[in-house]
Ligand binder design. Structure first.
Ligand code: ADP
Length: 360
């Protein structure tokens, strides 16, 4: 399943890595390859082993099996500070007794670069992260978002050959997180920084990374370009984790596919079964994941059902409808529309928001 090239010499290769804590397999035979300049998000729920994997790559956890290789060099026995990697955590961990410039220039001072070059480089880095002129500020006077920008500038200062980000935006509130995710993407692309990001937030992974590796119970269950993973989840759990609101199985899945024209959005994909007109024999294991946004209340819609629940979200009404022959289907309606539980409505389904899952 993993597209790991065992002969890859450029960038990071994690081969068959396992980390156990007592009887817990926190990381369970993980294969992962990251080419120079790529941005990979390891995405999974809390406790699935993301941080342990990242710490093992950094050399902060000892592998029970397998290896971490960078540019062809096996890093077993190479201590963290000699790996040429930078690490950044959820809470930035700035040096509170130093100014912003002191924080950002930390690694450069260790390298012994001259004062004027140091000042110039700190200024460039602060501009890059959107904090020009912040040199003399103290970390305690900065907002959470500004502190994370300083932490990022500090991580990038020494031009690490690999940047490891552990939930870098998770401590921030939502609108800030969205803005910073976009900035992070731009900064990593501009600086061509090879990056491994771990996060539980699929939107963040989608915004920041080119590739996504989905982790569950210590194992990587799917790895691919973010758009591909998003359109073709490997199974129902991955689909739900990526934000698909409903997973229909068997006859209900068939019925929905036929009603929505049997089409799906992703186009031909050799890795996926083409299920255009499934017959009864294949219906047993068939599953279709449905995005909430693909299901809309529409008087001319092809499905009919009874409203089960309604709630207001940021820019839509969220509605759950019990559809005859399908079961409960989560969908959306306009914020100004009014519905009551038990009311009959019609729904239309956009095939672009459906994903046919591989047979179980
Ligand atoms: P995530 O980053 O996905 O939330 P972690 O890597 O932190 O997951 O944890 C994975 C599993 O390993 C969890 O079951 C956690 O309780 C366990 N674990 C992590 N660190 C330790 C440790 N130092 N000692 C014992 N168990 C640990």
């Amino acid at each position: 399943m993993m597209a790991t090239s065992e002969t890859e010499r450029d960038g990071l290769v994690v081969r068959d890595a396992s980390v156990r804590f007592g009887t817990t397999s926190a990381v369970d035979h993980v294969h992962l390859a990251l080419r120079s300049g790529d941005v990979l998000a390891v995405l999974g729920p809390s406790g699935c082993g993301k941080s342990t994997l990242l710490r093992a790559i950094a050399g902060l956890e000892v592998l029970d099996s397998g290896s971490v290789v960078f540019d062809g060099q096996d890093l077993a026995g190479v201590p963290t500070y000699r790996r040429g990697f930078a690490l950044m955590f959820q809470d930035g961990q700035l040096f509170t007794h130093q100014s912003v410039a002191g924080n950002v220039g930390y690694a450069l001072r260790l390298q012994g670069i001259g004062r004027s070059r140091l000042r110039r480089r700190v200024r460039e880095l602060l501009e890059l992260v959107g904090l020009p002129g912040y040199e003399d500020r103290r970390p305690a006077t900065l907002s959470g978002g500004e502190q994370q920008r300083v932490a990022l500038a500090r991580s990038l200062a020494a031009e690490p050959r690999l940047l490891l980000l552990d939930e870098p935006l998770s401590a921030l509130d939502r609108s800030l997180r969205e803005r910073l995710a976009n900035d992070l993407r731009r900064i990593l692309t501009e600086t061509k920084t090879t990056t491994l990001l771990v996060t539980h937030d699929h939107d963040e992974a989608f915004t920041v990374a080119d590739r996504m590796a989905v982790m569950r119970a210590g194992q990587l269950v799917q790895d691919g370009p973010t758009v591909e993973v998003w359109r073709n989840p490997a199974d129902a759990d991955v689909a739900r984790f990526l934000g698909y609101a409903t997973v229909l199985t068997g006859p209900a899945a068939i019925r929905l596919l036929s009603l929505s024209g049997g089409r799906r959005s992703a186009g031909p994909d050799p890795a996926q079964p083409q299920v255009n007109t499934p017959d009864a024999g294949t219906s047993e294991g068939l599953q279709v994941a449905v995005r909430r946004s693909a299901v809309r209340v529409d008087p001319a819609g092809e499905l009919g059902g009874v409203v089960e629940s309604v709630s207001a979200a940021r820019d839509t009404m969220r509605i759950t409808v019990e559809v005859e022959g399908l079961g409960a289907l989560a969908g959306v309606a306009g914020l100004d529309e009014r519905f009551e539980t038990g009311q009959r409505v019609r729904l239309t389904v956009d095939p672009a928001g459906l994903a046919v899952l591989p047979p179980r």
